[in-house]
Design a protein around this ligand. Structure first.
Ligand SMILES: Nc1ncnc2c1ncn2[C@@H]1O[C@H](COP(=O)(O)OP(=O)(O)O)[C@@H](O)[C@H]1O
Ligand SMILES: [Mg+2]
Length: 258
């Protein structure tokens, strides 16, 4: 079973950026196979990873639901989707990416989601690591059935209010029926040492601090030039921070940066 790292946090805090940096960090630390899952309906992970996605799982599912044509060989729609979902995984030498997107039509959303979830469960089994970029809430995580999250990283901006929001998201996670082994807060776009007020808010938020990520010119450049974060220089401060955090969040990699 893959070790699953999921990113959560309010919009704009840096979830997608962190997800992409973690994918890169995992590979640099020796991970053999990584599946990145873009579970945000407003997909941007492919951009952060610098790849194109032809069609999202949502679109494939939507087509299948609308189709009045019989599935080939009369197979069930579930089996059909399972067979097809693999075809929409974008494969690169460094990672694979599955973009969930969103089924357009109302009505079939729940059924489609259940199917998709099952397929991701199956798919993840063939990877060593899964990195899931999520939308702002956590609700869709609870729509997952069989798979649990090994490390949940709640990303916050460097404000006291932001950190408290991360703390509340953590409480929300308690109410969901998902198993989460470890949870952490990651404070993005801040230089150390932290302001004592911010440091105090972090201590009080109920989540251990996995690490901080400095504001990084390189990330801004990549964004402006339409490049993925795999093009960031090796010594980019945010990447260095991501490597350290990845190594501490993943027990099997803990030795890697020592
Ligand atoms: N450490 C950082 N330094 C500079 N820019 C950053 C940093 N983290 C995120 N950004 C930028 O901030 C914006 C929002 O980040 P993003 O990862 O898309 O947030 P989210 O996925 O939480 O909505 C993006 O334009 C991203 O390039
Ligand atoms: Mg995002």
């Amino acid at each position: 079973m893959a070790f699953t790292i999921a990113l959560a946090g309010k919009g704009g805090t840096g979830k997608t950026t962190m997800a992409a940096l973690i994918v890169r960090a995992l590979r640099e630390l020796g991970a053999r196979s990584v599946l990145a899952v873009d579970a945000d309906p407003n997909s941007t992970l492919h951009e952060a990873l610098g790849v194109e996605v032809e069609r999202s799982v949502g679109e494939i599912t939507e087509e299948m639901m609308k189709s009045t044509q019989a599935t080939p060989g009369g197979m069930s729609k579930d089996a059909w989707l399972e067979l097809n979902v693999h075809r929409y995984v974008v494969e690169t030498s460094e990672f694979d990416l599955l973009s969930m997107g969103r089924p357009e039509g109302p009505g079939c959303y729940c059924y489609a989601n259940n199917l998709v979830r099952g397929c991701i469960d199956d798919l993840s089994r063939s990877y060593e690591y899964v990195v899931m970029d999520n939308e702002a809430g956590l609700e869709h995580l609870s729509r997952r059935t069989t798979r649990d999250v090994n490390a949940l990283l709640i990303v916050s901006d460097p404000s006291v209010r932001g950190v408290r929001t991360a703390g509340r998201l953590n409480e929300l996670a308690d109410e969901l029926d998902i198993g989460i082994d470890s949870r952490y807060i990651v404070v993005n776009r801040v230089d150390e040492p932290l302001d004592p007020m911010l440091a105090r808010a972090i201590e009080e938020c109920g989540l251990p601090l996995l690490g901080t990520v400095p504001p990084d010119e390189g990330i801004i450049r990549c964004d402006l030039e339409g490049l993925g974060l795999l093009d960031l220089p090796e010594d980019s401060p945010a990447l260095v921070a991501a490597r350290k955090m990845t190594a501490s969040a993943v027990p099997a990699l803990r030795q890697a940066t020592v």
